[in-house]
Design a protein around this ligand. Structure first.
Ligand code: BTN
Length: 321
């Protein structure tokens, strides 16, 4: 966003004259006026107070690298390389580029908007500017692809725990790793694997998209929710949410690397939104009642012929209305 410095000045919610803004930023009053127009075109609500200046009509939740770092445990700050971008094609793609360029630490990318946000199963992830959280992390695992079984479910547990600690109630998980609130989908996790760079070393790119302030969604074909819509009493900060999620993911993944998926099965199960529901899988070939996950993270459907395990990536699971 070209007018970011201006918006930072306005973010205190006070009225600022065109003259003072121009003097502070070292530009003309006309340039300030143009930046105000551009910000308004990008969806920022700015009130013009006749004879006095400009004021933000509603609070702005700007992304800020230092503020995210402040929310992290001090030991974490040095372990990761955090990039906060105004705009990017996809934060997952950005992390992949950073790994290819030889990123030493854990690369983490957050963006204010994505122009080619990607979802699971080749879907587009709508990524409007300034409203939501788009965050990706590059994680390294040792022991080959086999050690990753169940990782994607474990990540869902980490994100759900972080959100609940920030005050979101009843965060559920829809197998394998969609984040749900009672009124609809709040976010999703996209896990992308890079080939083994050296024997047994696997790079995993974890992309997390969360609806934070979003109040309308075009082209979204299922019930959705956002943190601000579900909990309007909380002053949601994307920087704080990002910090909490980064910490939770790194803590959780470290336990997962030591103990494997088993220790998370019960934690995932408690958030299962499909438990006891009538489900359909494999395009309707399997019908039955949801009964949680097995030791390998497959979803289990109790059918008339017994329990049928449904594998992640293989098929989708739909609740029958
Ligand atoms: C899903 O389909 O439910 C997963 C969506 C994952 C979206 C996130 S937003 C940050 C990261 N960058 C992307 O391009 N996708 C993921």
């Amino acid at each position: 966003m070209k007018s970011k410095a201006l918006l930072e000045l306005l973010s205190d919610g006070q009225v600022h004259s065109g003259e003072s803004l121009a003097a502070y930023l070292g530009v003309s009053r006309t340039a300030i006026w143009k930046q105000i127009r551009r910000a308004m075109d990008e969806g920022v609500e700015i009130a013009t107070i006749r004879g006095r200046g400009y004021r933000l009509a509603s609070r702005l939740d700007l992304l800020d690298r230092d503020s995210v770092l402040q929310c992290l445990l001090p030991s974490r700050r040095e372990a990761l390389s955090l990039t906060v971008l105004d705009e990017v094609d996809s934060t997952n793609a950005e992390v992949i580029r950073q790994i290819a360029a030889g990123a030493g630490e854990i690369p983490v990318a957050i963006a204010d908007c994505q122009t080619a946000g990607r979802g699971r199963r080749g879907r587009v992830w709508q990524s409007p500017r300034g409203e939501n959280l788009y965050l990706s992390m590059g994680l390294t695992f040792h022991g080959g692809f086999g050690v990753l079984d169940g990782l994607s479910l474990v990540l869902g547990v980490a994100v759900a725990n972080a959100l609940e600690q920030l005050g979101a109630p009843e965060v559920g998980l829809k197998w394998p790793n969609d984040i749900f609130l009672p009124d609809g989908k709040l976010g999703g996790i996209l896990v992308e694997l890079q080939g083994e760079l050296e024997e047994g070393v696997v790079q995993v790119i974890v992309g997390i998209g969360l609806n934070v302030h979003m109040s309308r969604a075009e082209g979204v074909d299922q019930p959705w929710s956002s943190l601000a819509r579900a909990c309007p009493e909380i002053d949601w900060s994307r920087n704080q949410i990002a910090g909490a999620i980064i910490d939770a993911v790194l803590d959780t993944v470290s336990i997962f690397s030591d103990l494997g998926f088993q220790s998370f099965r019960e934690l995932w199960q408690r958030r299962d939104i499909f438990m006891g529901k009538s489900l359909q899988a494999r395009g309707g070939d399997v019908e039955g009642i949801g009964c949680g996950i097995d030791d390998n993270g497959n979803y289990q459907v109790r059918t008339a012929d017994g329990i049928v395990p449904v594998r992640a990536g293989e098929i989708s699971l739909r609740e029958m209305q």
